[in-house]
Design a protein around this ligand. Sequence first.
Ligand code: UD1
Ligand code: MG
Length: 488
Amino acid sequence: MTDQQSDHRAPEQHRTDARLAVVILAAGQGTRMKSATPKLLHELAGVPIISHVLATARELDAAHVLTVVRHERDRIVEVVSAELPDSIVVDQDDVPGTGRAVELAVAALPQDFDGEVLVVNGDVPLLNAATLANLVEAHRESAAAATILSTVLDDAAGYGRVIRTEDGRLDRIVEHKDASDDERRVSEINAGVYLFGVAALRDKLAGISTDNAQGEKYLTDMIGLLRAAGSEVGALSVKPSWLVEGINDRAQLSEAAARLNALIVRGWQLAGVTVQDPATTWIDLKAKLAEDVTVLPGTQIRGATVIERGATIGPDTTLVDCEVGAGAIVKRADATLAVVGAGASVGPFAYLRPGTNLGADGKIGTFVETKNATIGAGSKVPHLSYVGDATVGEGSNIGAATIFANYDGVNKHSTTVGSHVRTGSHNVFVAPVRIGDGAYTGGGTVVRKDVPAGALAINVAPQRNLQGWVAENRPGTDAAKAAEESGE
Ligand code: UD1
Ligand code: MG
């Protein structure tokens, strides 16, 4: 999370924290997603789950960042290298469990590192740096060997439960699958975010067994082990709980995505964007909107879309990685990798495919599809047309129902239309072809040859009217009667 999310994160710290190492756990498969895509690569707000966590970790400026991978490791490493190039990648072996993951990460730390290790599950995308900074601070102010984040949930199913002693102190964590009925009734859960003194980890991790319901080395066993050895352990309770909710299945993914979207939409509203219906408006994390943009219901602003001041987007519009200029209107449109100039108008019912570049004050109108097409300033394609592999100059008007026929069955070719051209309705431009500046074409023209500047191109056969054809060939029909009664 960046930009709009910074309001619920700590301010950027610019001094590296030499005593801090961060370990991000990203080796699991995420079986509950039931997906060919690794869980941590599923997206919310247009960014993989793991990237949210990596971005938060980056804000802490820790001296060491380690990411533990195994399942689909190359796909995960690609994202890690892009987001946090300084992170050390640690490969987990075939011993399963979060405890093993951390054991291998600690082994990859420099021998002389004697600070604290912050462990973060990779599936907690709404976690913010402020919460992590609080954890680091609380831990350092205490004498504890470990401090964990916990929260209280109405439905704690699936989570590790925080078990406290009678006097309320943290005692141990029991995983859902290993918990008794009484323990399952506990609503305080382990958030999967921990701070350990590195000595405690070096001392105890190897001793964790796989003797549990899942046959895994649980990191959570560290708490009971430290307590048994007489060490202090602490839990810091987080509110609101959504900050630390993990994503294990697709229901949790959509809940977290909706939560994040609500934050993003609110952020833009406070930044001067009118969003009429936040519930049906989806804005990705990387999108940027200027003041006085209006977003109407049913709109998705995805990827790195940029919308300039005063533009109106929607209703029912999807923009992916687009640029929309100031004051433009984009209504009921679907656009990807398209540029819409200032003051231009798009839709309703327009489909802008990659490479569309509409100039200032231009128009791509109703039931128009465009692809790899530069349409100059003030030029208009108002109705029912396909414009592919084309360059149109300035101030030109493309007649209704025109097809830029760019495909000869094997190769694609391009069409060039000059400036201040007027083409008739229902034209076909058979590419490659060029229509010069100021030229006209007649209605129904199939343009197969270049049209010189200033010429009128017509190639339809002269019209013949066969007098009395209806009376002769369709006697007794309504048409024949109407013709007779007209007296013509
Ligand atoms: C874990 C905690 C649970 C806690 C919950 C919070 C354990 C044993 N349990 O359960 O107490 O309430 O998170 O969300 O830690 N991973 C590895 N290597 C592995 C297994 C997992 O790196 O061998 C990674 C996963 O990719 C994931 C994270 O660790 O990012 C947590 O794994 P997950 O399977 O989601 O654990 P939970 O069952 O959610
Ligand atoms: Mg989990």
